[in-house]
Design a protein around this ligand. Sequence first.
Ligand SMILES: *Cc1c(COP(=O)(O)O)cnc(C)c1O
Length: 409
Amino acid sequence: MSDIPVHSKPLVESTATGELLIGGQRLTRLVERAGRTPFYAYDRRLIRSRVAELRETLPAGTKLHYAMKANPFVPLVCFMSQLVDGIDVASAGELNVALNAGADPAEVSFAGPGKSEAELSQAVASGVLINVESQRELRLLASVADRLGIAPRVALRVNPGFELKGSGMKMGGGPKQFGIDEEDIPEALADIRALGLAFEGFHLFAGSQNLRADAVCEAQRQAFALARRLAVHAPAPVRVLNLGGGFGIPYFPGERPLALGPIGENLTQIREQCLREMPEAIMVVELGRYLVGEAGVYVARVVDRKVSRDQIFLITDGGLNHHLSASGNFGQVIRKNFPVAINGKASGQRETVSVVGPLCTPLDLLADRVELPAADIGDLFVVFQSGAYGASASPQAFLGHPPCAELLV
Ligand SMILES: *Cc1c(COP(=O)(O)O)cnc(C)c1O
């Protein structure tokens, strides 16, 4: 299967006929299990091995959190809650899913701007750590604390002065809606002391989808140095030091997997410093797509084949309503093709095709002029690297087609 990028190889063991094996099962059989197309399938084995690799590389004692906005499929969150040390949520809805999935509230943290009083009350009553993003949230938390008689556990989300260079999405540095600017943190810490909230530490999340180990390392060092400077003003020792994540996965031709080794070495050095200078602090790394993105595929069936002015179109029953990311409309600046394949075509004629969905919009493009084995109506079209920001990040109601199925294999 020459279409499959090297990094997807473990996912796509294929039989002699080119039939894909997902979680060790033939794709055609998985379709029967799903009962319909399109669907997403997530491979537990791949997630487990990804987590094992991280555990081996990160310094002992570093906590590994799953940022569940990457994939909030409930069975997957249940699985993750047994596998990692904590779950990061970004809404009260996600908080409920994480707690119902069995996550320990002591190891759940809640970030996100604009938390409502109701959300904050839910978080305080649940006993989770709240990553505070504004002065307003601090004041609301003080009144929630009075009403419930519970001291809220708080960390401050810091909007640092630095950026995570080379990130697909920047979420810190410069003016941002996330966190509290680092220059305003001393004042927020004084407020925490005055309001009697239970201070636990800092949360620094600078960016997402980064494939440059050197950039990730630099941001982690800067985050640690900043936390150390800010800790001087804190009303209590730092116990939680969430250094963010931003570990990316390769989606497009020419992209190389992130080198984990240097990040492990860097974090080991930071941890040694941390043990000396903030001995009560536990370091946390929060990852979304790096844990689950490469473990998922999206599968749709070819339902029509058309030639328009010499260009071949494969029309599938899937589309941007299920997989906005693959259509290039979820934050990409320049549209590029995700890695894709046609199931069960190891050899034979190849052709250049565009793969689309049934929606009445030209945006509904899953692969633009890619070379694939010649496909017929009824064949299965597969998009790799689809385990994160898939079903939940797509406008499923748009145009009224049925929602996709999801399977954990
Ligand atoms: C989105 C988000 C993540 C996860 O990002 P990935 O790119 O999926 O790893 C982690 N932390 C915070 C605060 C986020 O907003």
